[in-house]
Design a binder for this molecule. Structure first.
Ligand SMILES: [Zn+2]
Length: 537
């Protein structure tokens, strides 16, 4: 599921949208000061909570159940652009999101981290802004060369009047890059729906790719990489991905490296644009106070002329096949003590166990079973929580599957102390081996987990600005039809489905175990590789 993502690159990737002509031409022009992109990334800790909830499970014996399916409507334009609308008129806001099937899953080593760099370039002033600056320049006879390029696009770009409203859709704007999606979104009042769609249109179709902006964004992205690696979890994440997806690690790491980002070129940005930023590889998602018919009409008017790519990019550049692990492996990483302190006193030991989970399109049934099972065992009163957390062996244990088209990872994260880590790991493996026993969870727990999953979705739907990202996420990795049937499919999951999923992907399967410890903690814990991979199993 979506919330099981351990880490994604979350940005606050803003830049002004008016275009600044080269200085010598622009003295009299209206120029808005560019905001330098400020960025954050990585919600590492929040991501560790795989949907554990303190809410009490609802009674499993609901009488006649309401229909919880998500009432979105969708339509595919002739050029292949998917338009998805979830109307919620409780407040007069709309969120407009452009989702693109790009991200690390498309990245060979020479494109490592460049979906993310592209994301940073997306909201730079586009040709519409350039055109406006050129047309309003009092100095008509000495315009820079870019103006003739912009003028050539005049008939395609169309009405520029919307640019005066762009500031009104800009304040709540952002983008994110994950393994299997890049998205861009605005939240604004409903009156600016068309402005936001026009802004998306001109940004996606008519980028400027200005050299100095590009050099600047490289630095910004490298700064994000530095921050990511300074965080112990960033480090842990990378180590896990490199082991789990050993043959094609770049396909799972949206971050990239200083080198891959630093040596990137605008030519590569244009390559990414021509391959992936095409209507038949994108979706326009609108949530909030907008009628589907109105959105479909605007999408057709504004984005209908966007030219379809003759060949589906994933046919021309297929996903790699991540080879299965040939053996279980353990890695112990030492971290300085100041990054490993437990706020309640003492030191933490973090252990991450990882497996290859199911892929969308290959074993969809297992993906539903995976989500239900994760919810069962992360409930506070589940056997796993009782035996690990209530017993005092661990301060937390989480288990989740991250839905992906190209091998979704299954992760178990254990937080314990140096003195208890050996015993805690022993207990974890005893639990794993008991997962498929008839009494491991009750029928009531099974049904409660489904109800909680549905309830969580309803809570999420309450905030429709965020729900646009949920729809975009599923559209990109699974296709929107998978999500339409999601809750009904979860309801249908049986104990046998869960056991099949666990036997296929988890129990006795090759795994990667990574421990983060301090140098002192390492001596005290005396963990061996066999402890970490659950020796002999
Ligand atoms: Zn970023």
């Amino acid at each position: 599921m979506l919330t099981a993502a351990l880490w994604s690159i979350k940005g606050d990737h803003r830049a002004a949208t008016s275009f600044r002509l080269p200085l010598k031409f622009s003295a009299e022009l209206f120029v808005k000061k560019f905001l330098v992109g400020s960025l954050v990334l990585l919600t590492v800790f929040s991501g560790l909570n795989f949907g554990q909830t303190a809410r009490k499970p609802a009674a499993a014996t609901a009488q006649k159940r309401a229909d919880f399916s998500v009432p979105f409507v969708n339509k595919t334009l002739a050029n292949g652009l998917e338009v998805i609308v979830l109307q919620d008129s409780s407040v007069p806001l709309v969120t407009v999101e452009l989702a693109v099937r790009n991200g690390s899953f498309t990245e060979s080593p020479e494109f490592h981290g460049l979906s993310h760099l592209y994301e940073h370039m997306f909201f730079k002033p586009n040709m519409a802004a350039v055109l406006q600056a050129c047309e309003s320049s009092p100095n008509r006879f000495s315009l820079p060369p870019i103006c003739s390029k912009a003028t050539d696009l005049r008939s395609k770009i169309g009405d520029l009047a919307y640019l005066s409203n762009v500031g009104k859709v800009d304040s709540l704007r952002n983008g994110t890059t994950r393994e299997e999606i890049v998205n861009y979104f605005f939240t604004t009042t409903r009156d600016y729906l068309a402005t936001a769609i026009r802004h998306v249109n001109d940004s996606v179709r008519y980028p400027v790719f200005d050299e100095s902006e590009f050099e600047n964004e490289k630095k910004v992205v490298i700064g994000e990489i530095d921050r990511h690696e300074a965080n112990p979890f960033g480090y842990l994440e990378l180590a896990m991905k490199q082991k789990l997806f050993f043959k094609y690690p770049t396909r799972k790491d949206p971050q990239g490296t200083r080198e891959s980002v630093g040596t990137s070129t605008l030519e590569k940005m244009r390559t990414i644009q021509s391959r992936y930023y095409v209507p038949n590889n994108a979706a326009l998602v609108v949530t909030g106070d907008a009628k589907p018919e109105e959105v479909f009409k605007l999408a057709e008017q504004i984005l209908g002329s966007w030219e379809r790519r003759p060949v589906d990019p994933f046919k021309e550049f297929p996903l790699v096949e991540h080879p299965p692990l040939s053996k279980s492996e353990a890695v112990i990483i030492e971290r300085p003590a100041d990054t490993m302190a437990d706020p309640r006193g003492g030191q933490n030991v973090f252990v991450n166990l990882g497996w290859h989970g199911p892929s969308i399109g290959k074993d969809d049934a297992a993906t539903y079973a995976a989500d239900v099972f994760s919810y069962i065992i992360t409930q506070p009163n589940s056997q796993l929580q009782r035996n690990l957390v209530d017993s005092g062996l661990a301060s937390s244990v989480n288990f989740g599957y991250y839905t992906q088209r190209n091998v979704g990872p299954i992760n178990l994260i254990l937080v314990t102390s140096p003195e208890k880590s050996k015993q805690a790991l022993k207990a974890v493996y005893a639990e794993i081996n008991a997962f498929t026993q008839a009494n491991y969870f009750t029928d009531e727990e099974l049904e409660s987990a489904k109800t909680i999953l549905e309830n969580n979705d309803l809570f999420e739907r309450e905030k429709s600005s965020e729900y646009a990202h949920t729809l975009g996420f599923w559209w990109s990795s699974t296709g929107i039809e998978y999500f339409r049937g999601y809750h009904a499919k979860l309801r249908a999951v049986t104990r046998a489905d869960i056991n099949k999923y666990l036997n296929t992907y988890v129990i006795g399967r090759n795994r990667v175990a990574i421990a983060l410890v301090t140098p002192d903690g390492k001596k005290q814990a005396n963990l061996t590789e066999q402890d970490l991979i659950g020796g002999g199993q």
